[in-house]
Write a protein that binds this ligand. Structure first.
Ligand SMILES: Cc1cc2nc3c(=O)[nH]c(=O)nc-3n(C[C@H](O)[C@H](O)[C@H](O)COP(=O)(O)OP(=O)(O)OC[C@H]3O[C@@H](n4cnc5c(N)ncnc54)[C@H](O)[C@@H]3O)c2cc1C
Length: 554
């Protein structure tokens, strides 16, 4: 098979690295998690000259470790933060309205144990209040008796339950990292100069702007980036970056580690099972393609560099085993993959008090130093990302950046008419009539959600060669035709970027299976050409296995 990209032609990243060093920018955004990605997308779409640098891959920190939920924060009803819940519900509704294929409504099937701190009546009332605060945008809540829970969701251990209730929120079917990538791609489409694996080493004031010393992490080459305004969206590292650059702020972060474990599918029903864990917090069993994601933990930590510990695994497994009725309890060997990240939670900078952990809400704060032309985003949630983008535009205007298209809507999926054209052409091409191992959704729906209008080009690839519609890694729904689009448009630098963030392949297939999968080798060759062996070994270690074509020879 031909490599998707001739290895000698420059990549989008190569070209952007050159541009970073050349142009003075209106705004330089540091950090490509959700907050940096929406900031860059909003500012670029509204006409600013924007650069975005991320020291690892886009969304490779907190923004790849969430619960993949777009939710209005039902739990903040307990601390009577009705204003926050209303705001988050509105943010959720706007995402669901604007991204109908990539932010979906999902039911939360919630069990309440006897003797829980609130009776079922109060909780059911809360569910209806939540629905009302969300403007009745989602389906109506439902009261669940113990008998109904046992009937509708036999995997739940119903004996210790008082009953339950069901309500709706949103889910990201392709995962958080892919959602973030969508904003990075939108920023690129509007002329943003973005590059992953570029670390900001230090930023200094220079006249009425900023000079940032940065390093291409891949080659070690240093570059200088000039901008009028600097935006720090480094999430859990934002405080350290500010301290290094001499910026004092009124806010700071406290950090909380959260772990999820991914296991075989627990229930065939496309719903989130919700419980209250032993520590009283909400605990979820979340559908993730052919698998189930369980979590999460909430542990105070002092530094952003964290990993999953045996205690974390025990907490998650013990909690789930106590609440589900399974053929046998889940054990560590059942874990297919893990997710671990750090929530950056905003508090006032002056206070040294240890905050009440359970009461810390996930608001964001945007702090601007007008004299220094410097903005920091503290805290936040994926759910609130459109507001962060809007607020960053407002701050940029305040700092004198001209936004010639200040009213332009910068978010949302392509217009319905384009979708109709794609689905019509997909029907004519017989895309959904081809054999397909992932019956949960048709091929066409998947391609439209992941590539938008670029999916029309993928269709042409399949028309030319129906083999391009084949799934290349068993247990996933990734098709061969996607490789070319990913290679050309998605700035994949390492094999892990592709397996973990542009796709969720590494979350649903065990690492030892991936290592032996011919499709992974095929992808590696298509993405990296001559460098495929090195990229493969970088992730899996050892010498690469024979190429898929070689092994097909009997
Ligand atoms: C366990 C868990 C579950 C969650 N669940 C949900 C949920 O279901 N729904 C929801 O809405 N929210 C959820 N959240 C919250 C949400 O994930 C975070 O608020 C959000 O991802 C934070 O994004 P960020 O852009 O601020 O930070 P990050 O994603 O961490 O991005 C910051 C980036 O800055 C980069 N960086 C740091 N230093 C430099 C430098 N010097 N130069 C260049 N780049 C740099 C880092 O590499 C990193 O990629 C959850 C969080 C956790 C941990």
């Amino acid at each position: 098979m031909e490599p998707a990209r001739p290895p000698t032609s420059p990549t989008l990243r190569d070209t952007n690295l050159e541009k970073l060093a050349r142009a003075p920018f209106d705004v330089l955004v540091l950090g490509g998690g959700i907050n940096g990605a929406v900031g860059a997308a909003a500012l670029a779409a509204r006409g600013a000259k924007v650069a975005l640098v991320e020291r690892q891959d886009f969304a490779s920190a907190t923004s790849q470790s969430s619960s993949n939920l777009i939710w209005g924060g039902i739990k903040y009803l307990e601390s009577y933060e009705l204003g926050l819940v209303r705001k988050l519900c509105r943010a959720r509704n706007e995402l669901m309205r604007s991204y109908p294929s990539s932010v979906r409504e999902i039911r939360f099937f919630t069990s309440v144990a006897r003797g829980f701190r609130h009776g079922r009546f109060v909780l059911v009332l809360g569910a209806f209040l939540y629905w009302a605060l969300g403007g009745f945008f989602t389906r109506r809540p439902r009261v669940l008796s113990r008998a109904r829970i046992a009937r509708e969701e036999p995997s739940v251990e119903s004996a210790p339950l008082e009953g339950g209730f069901e309500y709706s929120d949103g889910i990201l079917p392709d995962g958080d990292a892919r959602f973030v990538w969508g904003f990075v791609r939108a920023a690129l489409d509007h002329g943003c100069v973005a590059a992953n694996y570029v670390e900001a080493l230090g930023c200094a004031r220079d006249g009425d702007g900023w000079v940032t010393r940065a390093r291409d992490v891949v080659t070690g080459r240093e570059l200088t980036i000039r901008s009028r305004v600097l935006v720090n969206t480094c999430g859990p590292w934002a405080d350290a970056v500010n301290a290094r650059d001499g910026m004092r702020t009124r806010h700071r972060h406290v950090l909380s580690k959260g772990v999820h474990l991914i296991v075989e599918r627990i229930t065939p029903n496309p719903r989130v099972l919700t419980f209250f864990a032993d520590d009283g917090r909400l605990f979820f069993v979340i559908p993730m393609g052919p698998r189930t994601c369980i979590g999460t933990t909430d542990t105070p930590v002092s530094a952003p560099e964290v990993g999953v510990t045996p205690e974390d695994r025990r907490f998650v497994l013990d909690n789930i085993n106590r609440r589900l009725r399974l053929a046998r309890p889940l054990e560590e060997r059942d874990v297919v993959a893990e997710r671990c990240g750090v929530r950056p939670l905003v508090v006032a900078a002056g206070s040294d008090e240890t905050p009440d952990w359970m009461q810390l809400s996930r608001k964001h704060a945007i702090e601007t130093d007008e004299a220094a032309r410097h903005v920091t985003v503290f805290g936040g949630k994926l759910t609130d990302c459109l507001n962060v983008g809007e607020e960053l535009c407002a701050e940029a205007i305040r700092l004198g950046v001209a936004l010639p298209f200040a009213d332009r809507r910068w978010w949302g999926e392509p217009p319905d008419a384009l979708g109709e054209r794609f689905f019509h052409e997909a029907r004519l091409a017989g895309l959904d009539a081809l054999p397909w191992p992932a019956p949960a959704e048709p091929r066409s729906a998947r391609l439209w959600r992941r590539y938008g209008v670029a999916a029309l080009e993928l269709l042409e690839t399949v028309r030319r060669d129906p083999r391009q519609a084949e799934v290349i890694v068993p247990g996933t729904d990734f098709m061969r035709c996607e490789l070319e689009a990913v290679s050309r448009r998605e700035m994949v630098v390492k094999l892990e970027d592709f397996l973990r963030r542009r796709t969720a392949i590494a979350q649903v297939v065990r690492a030892d299976e991936l290592r032996h999968a011919p499709g992974v080798r095929e992808a590696c060759e298509a993405l990296f050409g001559d460098e495929a062996d090195g990229r493969w070994s970088e992730l899996f270690g050892g010498a690469p296995r024979a190429s898929p074509t070689e092994r097909m020879v009997p």
